[in-house]
Design a protein around this ligand. Structure first.
Ligand code: NAP
Length: 261
């Protein structure tokens, strides 16, 4: 799959899996719009990718957890004369702890970033893709999408939303030439666990998959035109098990996995 001359918008490109997507789309010839809050990191990445692959990469520093931030972002993109041919909704964060004691603002920011911004960017960019009969929508879900996760309740619920939304979207655009996939990574080696206050959990101590593996699985999902794909064989077995287990059992196991060591 090549993207020469096409422009791909990637959210959360300043770190982890998003940086991996930026590197791979640039390698495949795409021009990039890189979005996150850390403008300096985006700027450095944009220069590196331009030098290495000869593509153009525009860094845009935006906080997508602020309500209506996507409207400002889309206006900036339009004013700069960019047309978006594909979107990678990757920006997201989690938070470890009980709902009753969580910072309410942090919970609503999580929903805004993980769900609302993802839907808004998909809705805004899709019509051009359908009209052109080509394009990609990559939405980053998680294996947390397959069962409720006590102590990461809101995070898991946002990822269940992403998975359900994306699979339905895949069906809606069938036959239009647009490829849609939800990628469900399990524990992956990125700063995610630090951002989620979850470094002392059991899952954070387990061996993790690499960003490169998650990115490769995503492209396999796109190439095979799958509505969703889980990264890694063991994660696939566990996600399938969760899906078909009694809900209370799946929840008990999930709680143990994210429990503090
Ligand atoms: N790592 C895992 O184990 C794992 C597993 C399953 C799913 N995921 C999902 O993978 C995606 C990427 O996470 P990661 O593992 O690569 O973690 P990460 O390294 O912490 O990256 C998160 C990215 O999201 C951006 N971001 C966070 N808050 C933002 C905001 N308010 N506005 C704009 N951008 C924001 C961050 O950039 P700034 O801080 O510069 O804004 C960063 O680029 C997330 O959706 C996550 O839920 C991760």
């Amino acid at each position: 799959m090549r993207f020469d001359g096409q422009t791909i918008l990637i959210t959360g490109a300043s770190s982890g899996i998003g940086t991996g997507y930026a590197q791979e789309f640039a390698r495949r010839g795409a021009n990039l719009i890189l979005v996150a809050r850390s403008g300096d990191r985006l700027g450095t990445l944009a220069s590196q990718l331009h030098e290495r692959h000869g593509i153009t990469a525009e860094p845009i520093s935006t906080d997508l957890a602020v309500p209506d931030a996507t409207a400002g972002l889309l206006e900036l993109i339009g004013r700069a004369g960019h047309h978006v041919d594909g979107v990678v909704n990757n920006a997201g964060f989690g938070d470890n702890g009980d709902v009753a004691t969580a910072d309410p603002h942090r919970l609503s920011s999580m929903v805004t970033l993980n769900c609302t911004a993802l839907v808004e960017l998909t809705r805004a960019t899709l019509p051009r893709m359908v009209a052109n009969r080509r394009g990609v929508v990559v939405n980053v879900a998680s294996t947390a999408a397959f069962q409720p996760v006590p102590t990461m309740a809101v995070y898991a619920a946002t990822k269940a939303f992403v998975l359900s939304f994306t699979e339905a979207l895949w069906d809606e655009v069938r036959g239009t030439g647009v490829r849609v996939v939800a990628i469900c990574p399990g524990a992956t080696d990125t700063p995610f666990f630090t951002a989620a206050n979850a470094t002392s959990t059991r899952i954070a101590a387990r061996p993790k998959r690499s960003v490169e593996q998650v990115v490769a699985t995503t492209f396999r999902g796109l190439e095979q035109d799958r509505p969703s794909i889980v990264d890694g064989g063991l994660n696939t077995v566990l996600a399938t098990g969760s899906r078909f287990s009694p809900r209370r059992l799946a929840m008990t196991i999930a709680r143990a996995v994210v429990a503090k060591r």
